[in-house]
Write a protein that binds this ligand. Structure first.
Ligand code: NAP
Length: 342
């Protein structure tokens, strides 16, 4: 395979305050010399095929440490992805042509230590992108958040916010296939249609409609499990609709990620009378259990009980403009950047 002499990467240029303004926060740097990424001992050069865009990236752009260190100004923007080994250093354990996953960042090529990448073996009937979807962090977040924290019981009422997004759409489907009553919350009528017609939820609601809370109350009544991707007002409302021993899974709070001064919640004392449980989690803590969970997701995919949807943008240069789609609701399913031409 002949390699180009230059490559493009995207630099983190300025910490955003409030919404991300792509051309201020990021700088596109073409014409970097690929020769500067010559792999050393126990290193590889990876051609990046796909990159994952995630709401959590907003927290990486803050100055303050969150669950990981912030990205430094002037560094390549970080991102997990899938790629192909195109060159190996002396004593590398990898072979040219192998497909690997790792934190490559917003770049066309990445020089990686052997231990910083892991082999990706696409199962029969599967596709590479599944490793950013059902078999990747998104699918695993849905699986462990719902089953380990939400602990749904047969016949339970499950409510999912951010329901047409990457994580939420899997949570909805896992709920449907476990026979739960699934109420889905999303930000457009098209998403509502997709959730009801394609994913088979009991009923979906557009939270931007004026009568949203009345409609939700009328149809759902009260709930047993609420899988929260958005926080804010919707979480506040759900805290008033708990069944006895309800579980609230705090997966994310995207409605506040761009807000420098989030208001916080007021209704938590409702947890006392309902004996409710509200718990956060981080998917990476379940890494040792991913194997069997992926096998189960694969089984459901092959049986047609689970569908994955990707929103693909093309070229690493499109990453800065695409990231804010997560905050405007411009994506349905998992947002990814296709970097190489594979
Ligand atoms: N705990 C963990 O380990 C973990 C791991 C992965 C992800 N997460 C969290 O899970 C959530 C979903 O992540 P994802 O990767 O699957 O992203 P995603 O759902 O594919 O994309 C984000 C979605 O959030 C919705 N949204 C944006 N602003 C909103 C607002 N103000 N109010 C309500 N909805 C809003 C948008 O859809 P609408 O059109 O419906 O508004 C958008 O499509 C995020 O909060 C993320 O941080 C947590």
């Amino acid at each position: 395979m002949s390699l180009p002499t230059t490559y493009t990467r995207i630099i983190f240029a300025e910490r955003p305050v409030g919404d991300i303004v792509p051309h201020k926060a990021f700088r596109i740097e073409p014409e970097h010399k690929l020769a500067d990424l010559e792999p050393g001992e126990k290193q590889v050069l990876v051609a990046v095929d796909y990159l994952s865009l995630d709401p959590a990236m907003r927290s990486w752009l803050r100055e303050k440490k969150t669950y990981r260190e912030p990205i430094q100004i002037g560094a390549t923007m970080d991102a997990g992805g899938l790629g192909t080994v195109v060159k190996t250093g002396k004593d590398s354990k990898w072979k040219v042509g192998q497909t690997v996953k790792g934190s490559f960042g917003w770049t066309e090529y990445a020089q990686m230590n052997d231990e910083a990448v892991a082999l990706v073996e696409v199962p029969q009937g599967g596709e590479l992108l599944d490793f950013l979807g059902p078999f990747g962090p998104t699918g695993m977040t849905a699986y462990f958040g719902l089953f380990d924290i939400g602990k749904p019981k047969p016949g339970d009422t499950l409510v999912v916010s951010g329901a047409a997004g990457a994580t939420g759409s899997f949570v909805c489907q896992l709920g449907v296939l476990k026979g739960l009553k699934v109420y889905a919350i999303a930000g457009s009528d098209e998403k509502v249609q997709w959730l009801e017609k394609e994913l088979g939820v009991t009923k979906a609601f557009n939270y931007k409609n004026k009568d949203f809370y009345d409609q939700l109350k009328e149809h759902m009544g009260t709930f047993d499990v609420y899988f929260d991707n958005v926080g804010g007002e919707i979480l506040e409302f759900m805290l008033t609709r708990m069944n006895l021993y309800a579980r609230i899974v705090i997966c994310g709070g995207i409605s506040d990620y761009n807000n420098p001064n989030p208001a916080g919640i007021k209704g938590h004392l409702n947890l006392i009378s309902s004996r409710g449980l509200m718990q956060g989690f981080l998917v990476f803590d379940y890494a040792s259990k991913f194997g069997p969970a992926i096998a189960e997701m694969q089984q459901w995919l092959s049986e047609g009980k689970l569908k994955s949807k990707f929103h693909v943008v093309h070229g690493v240069k499109s990453a800065p403009e695409a990231l804010p789609l997560l905050f405007s609701g411009g994506n349905t399913g998992k947002l990814v950047v296709k970097v190489s031409n594979i």
